[in-house]
Write a protein of this length. Structure first.
Length: 492
């Protein structure tokens, strides 16, 4: 299996090199030359546990890894870091199956991929005779930073620096990051906003002299963002896993097609579901759910992607995105792997903030439905699901749940899967507001207690452990000093 760029077919990299590089030099994303078909009948996979299934899927994408190497990555990732051996359990409530992707260390779905990425990277480095230390640089608006820290902490051959806007993340997000353990971690507050952090990191990646100096010190720089195929491919696994579980429990029959509804931001999670479908998972519709930042909803309806609009802050912040990076991969696939077309559309997005796809390409979108939920609909959905079933969902999952309910009658296929992307404990304030009406309480630990009373679901260690965790990172810097700070970290 080789990977080419969405913008250049002559680029051909092995899986391990594509993982190491992250992004193609031409600005494109790496895509498999062809999406592999499952090499077994789905029914044959029915009795596999999460790790065994992960191997069956990932071996098709990362075929330059030996069996031992891949099993090492999978077994190191999906272990008792997760609070259930099922890794991604299913809960039935209100006529849908909620696929809970939040049982990892940071109680959000980013853990599903960021638990394995560090191992994929270190094995990739070894395979390519790179013996430098890999330094991950990440700018975060909150969630990704913590999941990346938790993934890379203590992983030999790597270190990680996370930059976050000092006054731009929630108290719980900040606490999660500054208490991070591990000698190879560093967390830095920046006096600026998320864009300042992001631009600072981009500036470092684009500074050839700095990268050379780092290399001389035995270090290569990399990033952990969601366009790396080392993050995308592991996300395919849980869609198969959920289907197989439904099959095993007799809730669906062989070849029954299911609907999958995904709360979407950067388009990574739903793209993984699209890959699963192309590999042979029986899917009826993929439903792309947006919040008030409904640029994707408009795109699926009109064929025109237009980011020229106001950015709206919502209670589902991980979906507050106007440029969904992974959509580029879908454009490439629905254009018949047309790199020129993909390049042209991406150039139009860069210069004018919008593009329009052809009628022919729109046909490739027929397996998608799209919907959006307003803030009010999101709150109402949390309350309604709770009152009808006792099940408590977070704000992101609620967007998907509300969208599914709106579209339900128009869908064929009996069973619907909702990707449940965060624990309600992660957004306890909003969830309690939805269920109880107003809440004046701001203390995160009191909110957590209240949510426990409401839901009866055990408070995750990721939250309760924060209360007495010592602060290990307390540095705040000016935006202009980011590069200098990375330099100092290299010299330690
Ligand atoms: C990142 C995230 C999303 C969006 O996922 P994408 O892959 O970016 O579309 C949704 N919900 C939560 C809780 C997230 O952290």
């Amino acid at each position: 299996m080789l990977y080419n760029s969405t913008r250049d077919k002559t680029v051909k990299l092995t899986p391990s090199l594509a993982i190491l590089k992250g992004l193609s030099d031409d600005g494109g994303l790496f895509v498999p030359e062809r999406i592999p078909a499952l090499d077994k009948k789905i029914e044959e996979l029915k009795d596999l546990d999460y790790r065994e299934l992960a191997y069956e899927i990932l071996k098709l994408y990362f075929d330059d890894f030996t069996k031992e190497e891949l099993l090492h990555c999978i077994n190191s990732a999906y272990d008792d870091k997760f609070d259930t051996p099922e890794i991604a359990p299913l809960t039935y409530a209100d006529g849908a199956y909620y696929l809970e992707l939040f049982h990892g260390k940071t109680i959000a779905f980013k853990d599903m991929a960021l638990s394995i990425l560090p191992y994929l990277m270190t094995v990739s480095a070894k395979k390519n005779a790179v013996d430098d230390n890999i330094l991950i640089l990440t700018a975060t608006s909150g969630d990704t930073g913590k999941a990346a820290l938790a993934g890379f902490a203590g992983v030999e051959g790597t270190s990680i620096m996370v930059f976050y806007p000092k006054d731009g993340v929630s108290r719980i997000q900040e606490l999660q990051m500054v208490t991070q353990e591990g000698d190879n971690t560093s967390v830095i507050g920046v006096k600026g906003n998320f864009d300042d952090c992001q631009n600072g990191v981009k500036g470092i990646f684009n500074d050839a002299a700095f990268i050379r100096q780092a290399k001389e010190k035995g270090c290569i720089l990399s990033s952990a963002n969601s366009i790396n195929i080392g993050r995308l491919c592991p996300q395919i696994v849980y869609y198969f896993y959920a289907y197989l579980r439904l099959l095993r429990e007799g809730r669906i029959n062989e070849k029954d097609r299911i609907n999958i509804c995904v709360p979407t931001g950067n388009f990574g999670n739903i793209l993984a579901a699209y890959y699963a479908m192309q590999m042979g998972l029986p899917v009826s519709k993929l439903i792309c759910a947006s919040n008030d930042n409904k640029v994707l909803y408009d795109f699926f309806g009109t064929g025109c992607y237009d980011r020229n609009r106001d950015f709206i802050l919502t209670v589902s912040p991980s979906m507050d995105i106007l440029i969904s990076s992974n959509l580029e991969r879908l454009l490439y696939h629905i254009s018949g792997d047309d790199t020129e077309m993909t390049s042209r559309l991406m150039e139009a997005l860069k210069t004018g903030g919008k593009y329009e796809i052809t009628e022919k390409m729109r046909e490739g979108l027929s397996c998608f439905e799209a919907g959006f939920a307003t803030e009010e609909e999101t709150f109402d959905e949390i309350k309604r699901v709770y009152e009808d079933t006792g099940y408590v969902i977070d704000t992101h999952t609620a967007v998907a749940s509300a969208v599914l309910r709106k579209l339900r009658d128009s869908l064929s296929g009996e069973s619907c899967l909702v990707a449940s992307t965060a624990s309600p404990y992660k957004f306890a304030g909003s969830v309690i507001r939805a269920i109880r009406g107003k809440t004046e309480e701001e203390d995160i630990f009191k909110l957590t207690e209240s949510l426990y009373e409401i839901s009866g679901v055990r408070i995750p260690d990721a939250v309760s452990g924060l209360k007495d965790a010592p602060v290990r990172h307390d540095k705040t810097i000016e935006t202009a000093d980011m590069k200098k700070t990375v330099g100092e970290f290299l010299d330690r």
